[in-house]
Design a protein around this ligand. Structure first.
Ligand SMILES: [Zn+2]
Length: 154
């Protein structure tokens, strides 16, 4: 793992269920609104926030749709698996613009069923069924993007 490259969107010491939920939220935002993954994120056990570059704020209906979709994926009990691929493969599959130059020949990719695939060295649950219920607390524009604050419930 030391050979791999730190290449992710989250802080260290994350709580695996919360961090895995962050992957699902990112994937859902990309699929629903064609935006990128979070431009910045702060993930903690109790609550987390992710900021997205969006052309406009999401409506309350859209926020509810995001929450529903993430919970739908969680309830599909998808396996969370890792694979190691070469940098060359990664460049074809992912936006590697945030990848530091020349650090390593391989990177670790986390797959959540076939819903999400993302280079990451964080800690994850083994199955989305371990995440719990995903709840969006609040959302709104901030200087660093459209912020979604969320938590997990039992
Ligand atoms: Zn991760």
């Amino acid at each position: 793992m030391e050979n791999n490259t730190q290449f992710n969107e989250h802080n260290k010491q994350e709580y695996p269920p919360m961090h895995t939920a962050e992957h699902l939220l990112n994937a859902t935002m990309v699929k629903m609104f064609n935006c990128g993954r979070a431009v910045s994120a702060h993930v903690e056990r109790k609550k987390s926030k992710c900021d997205y570059e969006l052309p406009q704020e999401l409506t309350q209906e859209q926020i509810l749709a995001v929450e529903e979709q993430v919970n739908r994926v969680i309830s599909m009990c998808l396996p969370v698996t890792e694979e190691v691929i070469t940098i060359e493969e990664a460049k074809q599959k992912f936006d590697t613009s945030r990848l530091p130059e020349g650090v390593s020949a391989t990177i670790r990719v986390i797959n959540i069923g076939d819903y999400d695939s993302c280079p990451c060295l964080g800690s994850h649950v083994k199955n989305t069924s371990e995440i719990g219920k995903f709840k969006i607390i609040s959302s709104g524009n901030t200087p660093s993007g459209f912020r979604i604050r969320f938590k997990l419930e039992e």
